[in-house]
Design a protein around this ligand. Structure first.
Ligand SMILES: [Zn+2]
Length: 83
């Protein structure tokens, strides 16, 4: 395994552990944010099942764990298998 390959493997693993490391819209690095700080931007039912929130300070988009995260993880795991 050469250096580039090893680096790819490492990035892939990190991506699976923290799928929201970057904003899907502007690619800015996301910051973990306290639920209390983004209350108004998150639907009430979302707050019931998700305790992890991320925030893009560039476009102000808030991300949270939910069905769309699950789909993303499935997609990533599929990629991992075929890679
Ligand atoms: Zn953004």
């Amino acid at each position: 395994m050469n250096g580039q390959r090893a680096l790819n493997e490492k990035l892939k693993i990190n991506w699976l552990f923290s799928p929201f490391s970057r904003c899907l819209i502007c690619n800015e690095l996301l910051e973990k944010v306290d639920e209390k700080l983004i209350l108004e931007q998150v639907p009430t039912n979302t707050r019931l099942y998700s305790k992890n929130f991320w925030y893009c300070k560039n476009c102000k988009k808030v991300y949270w764990e939910g069905s769309h995260t699950d789909r993303m993880k499935q997609q990533l795991q599929k990629m991992n298998k075929t890679a």
